[in-house]
Design a protein around this ligand. Structure first.
Ligand code: SF4
Length: 381
């Protein structure tokens, strides 16, 4: 069968989505905390190539449809037999992705890769999306990443064209709303661009999702990071605010800055305090705050900003009211991936309790503790 391109990165929200690669890599590639596309050359794929990929995806879908039973379910056994008979690993990779999309997502969601799809010329992107909608009519949500500096350069008429073609959602890694922090992390965008971009995206009728990284300014800029990020969110009122706690990767330029003493990383708990400050400073927002990544310590800090703000703050305050030992045992349970929130620690299996207690008791001081937390966190990014 004809295969199609699949890029390496997608947001967790799109774990079950169909991935359609319309560009390769990141045209900026200079954020100093990010190594996702390092060494990769940015490239725009041609409309013709993307259409061929959409045709290939539709052919995989049609093949898998043959295994749908009268009750509407796809026969897993029949699909796996067909998978094993495919002639090479890449065909199997494409089959598996389309199968997952059909079974788990109900063929509704598509994510357009890679890191800044919105940089594409609007006519080209609109042609790709319109073709996608025609060939895969079950789709209801088509999403793409767009950097703030890119989004604020798009003309309203081009946004309208993209909306008309069937693009519905835009994700943007804002990371921070503070100009000082944006400079520190070399994001290549400003607070003014973020606000302008967000207002344009919302005005054009797209769903808008921004990412915020508590801790991205380090200790000296933590308060500023919370306050200035809240300012941006208050100005835009995005549909979703997704939390991605800041972690320094060993192979990122930020690691070097940290080694040279130019970046003073917040502790695991200071990042949660920063998130608290940011949420407390939000006013009049109606969007949904989501904590859908393992690097966030408190996954239950989640909810509608107009209805659940106090509840989210209570989750944080109640955690900080725990004895230090209990906080640490929960930190370990979370960082060792045992699942659950700190309020569900009573559900931990005895064997897991033994493991976290043994580790907690071995740690001699705060600095060793923080080193351990960072070591765990680096496994997840
Ligand atoms: S824009 Fe995104 S993908 Fe590109 S370097 Fe920055 S964080 Fe990485």
């Amino acid at each position: 069968m004809n295969t199609f391109a699949i890029g390496p990165i997608r947001p967790p929200f799109h774990a079950e989505s169909l991935l359609l690669q319309v560009t390769e890599n990141c045209p900026w590639n200079r954020c100093n905390f990010c190594t996702l596309y390092r060494g990769g050359q940015f490239r725009v794929r041609s409309v013709e190539d993307v259409k061929k990929d959409i045709d290939a995806i539709a052919a995989f879908r049609d093949k898998i449809e043959q295994y749908r039973k009268p009750d509407g379910e796809i026969s897993h056994q029949a699909a796996m037999t067909a998978y094993q008979m495919l002639s090479n690993e890449w065909e199997q990779e494409c089959f598996a992705m389309v199968y997952r999309w059909m079974v788990s997502d109900g063929m509704r969601t598509v994510f357009l890769q890679d890191a800044n799809t919105m940089v594409l010329q609007a006519e080209k992107l609109a042609e790709m999306v319109a073709y996608l909608r025609k060939k895969l009519p079950s789709v209801t949500l088509v999403a793409a990443y767009g950097r703030a500096d890119t989004l604020c350069r798009i003309a309203p008429a081009d946004f309208a064209l993209l909306k008309e073609s069937g693009l519905t959602m835009i994700h943007s890694g804002y990371e921070s709303g503070s100009d000082k922090v944006l400079k520190l992390i070399n994001k290549g965008s400003t607070q003014a661009q973020q606000i302008e971009a967000g207002l344009k995206v919302k005005e054009a009728g797209f769903e808008f999702n921004v990412f915020y990284m508590p801790g991205s300014g380090g200790r000296p800029l933590s308060e500023e990071n919370a306050a200035e990020t809240a300012k941006v969110i208050n100005a835009i009122d995005p549909d979703y605010v997704r939390i991605r706690t800041f972690v320094v990767k060993e192979d990122a330029p930020m690691w070097q800055l940290q080694q040279e003493g130019k970046f003073d990383e917040c502790t695991d708990l200071e990042k949660v305090q920063e998130l608290r400050q940011m949420i407390a400073a939000l006013n009049g927002c109606t969007g949904y705050l989501i904590s859908d990544h393992i690097i966030n310590l408190l996954p239950d800090v989640e909810g509608y900003l107009d209805q659940d703000k106090e509840a989210m703050l209570s989750v944080i305050d109640d955690f900080f009211a725990l004895p230090k030992k209990d906080q640490r045992l929960y930190q370990l349970a979370r960082r060792m991936c045992f699942g659950g929130t700190y309020r569900q620690m009573n559900l931990l299996r005895p064997a897991d309790w033994t493991k976290i207690t043994e580790v907690e008791e071995r740690v001699q001081d705060d600095s060793q503790w923080e080193g351990l937390m960072r070591q765990f966190l680096r496994h997840y990014i």
